[in-house]
Ligand binder design. Structure first.
Ligand SMILES: Nc1nc2c(ncn2[C@@H]2O[C@H](COP(=O)(O)OP(=O)(O)OP(=O)(O)O)[C@@H](O)[C@H]2O)c(=O)[nH]1
Ligand SMILES: [Zn+2]
Length: 199
C-alpha cells in the first residue's frame, strides 16, 4: 500500500532505487535519516524527481497528432504566457518562466491545449533553456508542418538565484523561428502580440 495518491504513476523499482540514493545524499549532508520529519523524504524526493523528469518517456509528437484538425485558417495562432517549470541539467535546480508559441497553419490546426502539453513534456526533462526552446519548435514544425512556427521562452534560473552568481532579477530569453517567422514582419507581429494585452 503506497502512502501517496500518485504511486501507480511511477515505476516502483525506479522509486526504490532513487529513494536509496536520496537517503545516501541526506546522510552525505549530515542528516539523520531516521528522524520523523525526513524518514519518508527519500521516497518523496524520488517521486518528485520521477515526476519532474517524466517527459523523458512521453511522446510529444503523439500528443500533437492526437488533435490535429483539417481547417482552412491561414493566419497566425498565438498561445502566450504558458507557464513552465524545468530543471537545469548542470545543477538539477529549477528554471521557470513562460513560453510563447505561435504558428501559421498550412491546412491543419492543432487543439490549443496540446501546445502547453508539448511544453510540459520537454520541460519535464533535464534541460538547458536553449534546447528546450528548440525541442518545442522542432516538434511543432515537424509534426504539424505549419507555414511557420515561433517559440519564445523567458525564464529565471534558480542556479543563478539561490547559489553561484546570486542574481535575483535576471531573466533569460531564448527564441526560435521557422518558416514564415523568419521574415522580419511576421516575426515582429508575433513579438508585438506577445508583449501586448490584446492577443
Ligand atoms: N546556456 C545555459 N546555461 C545554463 C542554463 N542553466 C544553467 N546554465 C549555466 O551552466 C553553467 C555551468 O557552468 P559551470 O562553470 O560548469 O558551473 P558552476 O561552477 O556551478 O557555475 P556558476 O553557476 O557560475 O557558479 C553556469 O554558467 C550556469 O549559469 C541554461 O539553460 N542555458
Ligand atoms: Zn544550473
Amino acid at each position: 500500500m503506497g502512502s501517496y495518491k500518485n504511486t501507480e504513476e511511477y515505476a516502483i523499482e525506479t522509486t526504490t532505487k532513487l529513494a536509496e540514493n536520496f537517503s545516501e545524499i541526506l546522510k552525505g549532508i549530515g542528516e539523520n535519516v531516521e528522524r520523523e520529519g525526513i524518514v519518508k523524504t527519500p521516497e518523496r524526493a524520488a517521486k518528485a524527481m520521477q515526476f519532474l523528469t517524466s517527459g523523458h518517456c512521453q511522446d510529444p509528437a503523439g500528443i500533437l497528432k492526437s488533435a490535429m484538425f483539417a481547417e482552412d485558417y491561414n493566419d497566425m495562432v498565438v498561445v502566450k504566457d504558458i507557464e513552465l517549470y524545468s530543471l537545469c541539467e548542470h545543477h538539477i535546480l529549477p528554471f521557470f518562466g513562460k513560453a510563447h508559441i505561435a504558428y501559421i497553419p498550412d491546412g491543419h490546426i492543432v487543439g490549443l491545449s496540446k501546445l502547453p502539453r508539448v511544453v510540459d513534456v520537454f520541460a519535464r526533462r533535464l534541460q538547458v533553456q536553449e534546447r528546450l526552446t528548440h525541442d518545442i519548435l522542432e516538434c511543432i514544425n515537424n509534426t504539424l508542418k505549419p507555414k511557420g512556427v515561433a517559440v519564445v521562452i523567458e525564464a529565471s534560473h534558480m542556479c543563478m538565484m539561490m547559489r553561484g552568481v546570486q542574481k535575483q532579477n535576471s531573466v533569460t530569453t531564448t527564441s526560435g523561428f521557422r518558416g514564415q517567422f523568419e521574415k522580419i514582419e511576421t516575426r515582429n507581429e508575433f513579438l508585438k502580440l506577445i508583449t501586448s494585452d490584446l492577443s
